[in-house]
Design a protein around this ligand. Structure first.
Ligand code: NAD
Length: 281
C-alpha cells in the first residue's frame, strides 16, 4: 500500500507553527503585512486571493487588498507597486497572476522589490536560487520539498525526474531538488521517449498540466510520485496530472489531488512572509 502524502495535514502543521511564531513576533512589537493586488475579477483568481487573505488572518498576518478594475493601465499598477515597495509597514507584495493581456507580466514581476517578492518570481530571487544564495523561492516547489521532508522521504542521492519546465513549477523544482542533493533530470514537451526517462525516477514530480496523463507505465515500482496538476474532470471533480487509481498500487508514496500539493502553496507563501519579516527587523 502506498503511503498517502497528506498535504492538508502537513500544511496545517506549518500554519500552526507560523501562528505561534507570529504571536511571539507580535509580543516583540513586530507586525507582518502582505499586500495583495488583483487586476480584474477572474473567478479563479478571486478564489486564490480570498484563500490567501484567509490564511493571513488565521496566522495573524495583516493583509491589504487592492482590487483593481480589468482596464487598469500598466502605469497605474506599476505606480501602486512602487508605493508599496516604499512602505516600511508592508513586508510582502503579491500580484495575482495572470494579469490582463494589455499588461506585461514580466514588467510587473520585475517591478516588485525582490525583498518583498514573496512569490519568488523576480529574476533576482530566481538567480539566487540558481547559485544557492538566500532569497524567496516559488511557493509550490518549496512546498513539495516540505512534503517530502516531513514525510520522511530522503532526497539526497535519489534519481529525481521533473515533468515540466515552467518558470513557476518545473525549473525551480529542479533547482530545489538539486540543492537537496538529488540527481535531477528535467523533461518537457520535446523530450523523446518520456516513459523511458520517468521510469528511472525514485522521485517523480508531474507538473505537465495534462489531466491523468501519468499512468503506471511512466512509473518505476516503488517510486515516490508527486502530482502538481490541478484540473476538473468531465464530472467537475478535481484531478491531477497523475492517474491516481492506476499509479497508487505501484508506488511507495503518492500525493492525492485534492489534498496533496495544493494546500502547501499558501502555507509556503505564509512561511516566506514570516521569514522575511523575521529577517528585516
Ligand atoms: P505549464 O503549462 O506552464 O507547463 C507545463 C510543462 O509541461 C511545460 O514545460 C511543457 O514543456 C511540459 N509538457 C507539456 N506536455 C508535455 C508532454 N507531453 N510531455 C512532457 N512534458 C510536457 O504548467 P505549470 O504552470 O508548470 O503547471 C503545471 C500543472 O500544475 C498545471 O496543471 C497547473 O494547474 C498546476 N499547478 C498547481 C499548483 C498548485 O498549487 N498545486 C501551482 C502551480 C501549477
Amino acid at each position: 500500500m502506498a503511503q498517502i502524502i497528506d498535504g492538508k495535514k502537513i500544511s496545517s502543521q506549518i500554519k500552526e507553527e507560523l501562528k505561534e511564531k507570529v504571536s511571539v513576533m507580535k509580543q516583540e512589537g513586530k507586525t507582518i503585512c502582505l499586500a495583495v493586488i488583483q487586476v480584474g475579477d477572474d473567478p479563479a483568481s478571486s478564489v486564490y486571493v480570498g484563500n490567501k487573505k484567509k490564511a493571513c488572518a488565521y496566522i495573524g498576518i495583516e493583509s491589504l487588498s487592492y482590487e483593481l478594475p480589468a482596464d487598469t493601465t500598466q502605469e497605474k499598477l506599476l505606480a501602486l507597486i512602487a508605493e508599496l515597495n516604499g512602505r516600511d509597514d508592508v513586508n510582502g507584495i503579491l500580484v495575482q497572476l495572470p494579469v490582463p493581456a494589455h499588461i506585461d507580466e514580466n514588467a510587473v514581476i520585475r517591478a516588485i522589490d525582490p525583498g518583498k517578492d514573496v512569490d519568488g518570481f523576480h529574476p533576482q530571487n530566481v538567480g539566487a536560487l540558481c547559485i544557492g544564495q538566500r532569497g524567496f523561492v516559488s511557493c509550490t516547489p518549496a512546498g513539495i520539498i516540505q512534503l517530502l521532508k516531513r514525510s520522511g522521504i530522503e532526497i539526497a542521492g535519489k534519481e529525481c525526474v521533473v515533468i515540466g519546465r515552467s518558470n513557476i513549477v518545473g525549473k525551480p523544482m529542479a533547482l530545489l531538488l538539486l540543492r537537496e542533493n538529488g540527481t535531477v533530470t528535467v523533461t518537457h514537451s520535446k523530450t523523446k521517449d518520456l516513459r523511458e526517462v520517468t521510469r528511472r525516477a525514485d522521485i517523480l514530480i508531474a507538473a505537465v498540466g495534462k489531466p491523468g496523463m501519468i499512468t503506471r507505465e511512466y512509473v518505476k515500482e516503488g517510486a515516490v510520485v508527486i502530482d502538481v496538476g490541478i484540473h476538473r474532470n468531465e464530472n467537475n471533480k478535481l484531478c491531477g496530472d497523475v492517474d491516481y487509481d492506476d499509479v497508487a498500487p505501484v508506488c511507495s508514496a503518492i500525493t492525492p489531488v485534492p489534498g496533496g500539493v495544493g494546500p502547501m502553496t499558501i502555507a509556503m507563501l505564509m512561511l516566506n512572509l514570516v521569514e522575511s519579516a523575521a529577517l528585516v527587523r
